[in-house]
Structures are given as C-alpha cells and as structure tokens.
Design a protein around this ligand. Structure first.
Ligand code: P6P
Length: 334
C-alpha cells in the first residue's frame, strides 16, 4: 500500500503552486508541527509526569493556570522564537506580545496560539488541543501590538492539534481543510482526512446549558426549539454534546456536522463572551468556513471583526451552515 503523504510533502506540494515562494511558510509549519509533537508527548505522560494540576498562578484571563498550560506555552515559544520566520508571537498565557530575542532574526510572519485549549480537562484525561493562527507581519523588525490587530480574514493559515486517542492536526491555508494524524511509529504527521467538509444540516448542538438563564433571547429561542424536538417548530429531535474543549467540539462538527455556541453572557455583556478572538475564534472560524460552515457572533461574521485587543473576547456560534444561519436570523428578528 502506498505510504500516506506527510504534512511536509503536502505543504511543499502547495508551496510549488505559489510563484516565488521562499519556503519560509513551509519551515514555519514544520516548526509548529515539531512543537506539537513535543506537546503531545508531554500531555500523554499524564500523571507519570508529575505535571498535572494547578500551577497556583493566574493568566491574563484571570484563569488559574495548569502546570501544563505553562509547560506547553514554553514549548511553543522555545520551538518558534529562534527560527527566523516570526517577528512576534501572542499566547493566551502571556499578557503582552512575545518579543523575538535580540540575537534571533525577525521573519515575515506572526504566530498567535492557545497552547493548551480545554486544559480544565487535562486532569480528567479528556481531549485537549493546541490552536494556532498565522498572520503576515513586517519582516526584519519586532512586531508592534498594532501588527497583531488584524481581522481573521487576514489569516494566511490556521490549525489546531487534538491530543486525544490519536494526535491529529487540522489545517487550512485558505484552500480547504485537511487532517494529518501523527504516526507514532515514524514521528510524522500524515494526511488522513483530505478536504474535510461540514454537513450543511445537523441535529446536534453543543452549549454549556448551566449558563442558560444568562443567554440573550435569540439563543434562548434557538436552544428551546432544539429541546422541543419533533413536537416543536423544528419537527426533529436533537442531540446535545458538551466537552468543554473547543477543539474537540470543532473536530466533531467537521466530521459529522453540528452547531457550537458560547454566546454572550448577560452578566458581563461588555466582556464579549468567554472565548478569545485572536487565538480561538479566528483560527477555528477560518477552518469552519473553509469546510463550508459558518462562524458568527450572532450579529457579525467572526472573521470580519477588527480586533481592539490581543486578548479580546467574543460570542461564538459556529458549525453547520443552516443552523448558524437560523441563529443569526433570530438575532436579526430582535
Ligand atoms: P466552560 C476551554 O477552557 C474553553 O476555552 C473552550 O475550549 C471550551 O469550549 C470552553 O472554554 C468551556 O467553557 O464554561 O464550559 O468551562
């Protein structure tokens, strides 16, 4: 049987169709893949590593950090800062943009990442992941804060790596969505999911129901109708999932459709929601759109948002096109 195509071969094949491509992007993706292999190893060690549990510290989000939040952040920074492909980085775990050390060359790209999304699941051995977004920067100089404040539609690449029963990278460079499984026997990500597309219709929703009393009316209406099932206006029964790991929800939706909602919470409307725009909603939204789905705040396409901060939060409604369109329509009716 012909061996699977490796991630590197896949990206180089794409690079060959781009006139005057320097190869920088190919090398940057290879560096990210190497970092994620290291993270997969660290995560797989589980209790044997002695690195589970809280780090007794808080991140910029005011969330208690897990030891592995910090360890995986350091793996990403250590793997990417020296490569000469980046002029700066943003991490969920670090307040300010990460400056490329003086003695390293500054490249043409910017990397933004959540090094361990869903880390509240790490102590209970459920799927977590790394989310990354690549923007164009200014080659040769350290990135300013403003350099990062680009809308999601400016992304040149977005991906996430799932650390689950298998380690799987889901990637888009704006030409569809492909999945690469880490083959532990050879230490390579290999192409296993070509041209992933999301079913337009679905009967599965994902939302944290414990926040129901704080949702706005359009979301209340949508979920209420799903809960009424075939006796209600939708005329069909729905199923519900909630993993509390956005990467796991996104992958499930890529494979069988569905809708994921983390809506505005009326307790803190100015906070914009829980999920972060730059390194959660934008990269996952780019992937979902490239697979034929939609990603909205309910009022606006996520990838159109002009950010005003690197840790800005937004409401997120994403997944199967017809379901997201329905929620957006309900917002327009209010
Ligand atoms: P809750 C993980 O912390 C995360 O950022 C997303 O991955 C996930 O969808 C959400 O928060 C879970 O939030 O409030 O259900 O714990």
């Amino acid at each position: 049987m012909k061996p699977h195509i490796s991630l590197t071969q896949f990206i180089i094949d794409q690079q060959r169709s781009i006139p005057n491509a320097s190869g920088d992007f190919t090398m940057l993706l290879s560096d990210i893949a190497s970092a994620c292999k290291r993270i997969a190893h660290a995560v797989s060690r589980g209790a044997m590593s002695g690195q589970l549990g809280s780090a007794e510290s808080e991140n910029v989000q005011g969330e208690t950090q897990k030891q592995l939040d910090i360890i995986t952040n350091d793996i990403m920074v250590d793997a990417l800062e020296w490569t000469g492909h980046l002029s700066g980085m943003v991490s969920e775990e670090i307040d300010e943009p990460i400056v490329i050390p003086e003695h390293f060359p500054k490249g043409k790209y910017l990397a933004l990442f959540d090094p361990l999304d869903g880390s509240s699941n790490i102590d209970i051995n459920l799927t977590v992941g790394t989310i990354f977004s690549i923007l164009k920067g200014r080659e040769g100089c350290n990135a300013s804060l403003e350099d990062f404040l680009q809308s999601g539609s400016q992304q040149v690449c977005a991906g996430f790596v799932l650390y689950g029963p298998s380690t799987l990278m889901i990637l888009t460079t704006g030409h569809g969505v492909n999945g690469f499984t880490l083959d532990p026997d050879i230490g390579e990500f290999v192409l296993t999911h070509r041209n992933m597309t999301i079913p337009e219709d679905s009967q599965e929703f994902a939302i944290n129901m414990s926040n129901q009393r704080f949702w706005e009316a359009p979301v209340q209406r949508y979920i209420d109708e799903c809960m009424q099932g075939r006796q209600g206006p939708r005329g069909k029964d729905f199923n519900m999932r909630w993993v509390a790991s956005m990467v796991a929800e996104a992958y499930r939706i890529l494979t069988r459709g569905g809708i994921f909602l983390y809506p505005l919470d009326q307790r803190q409307p100015d906070k914009g929601g829980k999920l972060r725009l730059m390194y959660e909603a934008n990269p996952i939204g780019f992937i979902i759109e490239q697979a034929g789905g939609l990603c909205s705040t309910g009022r606006q396409r996520i990838l159109d948002i002009q950010p005003d901060g690197i840790h800005q939060r937004v409401p997120v409604i994403l997944g199967s096109k017809s379901e997201v369109e329905r929620v957006v329509d309900y917002h327009q009716q209010t």
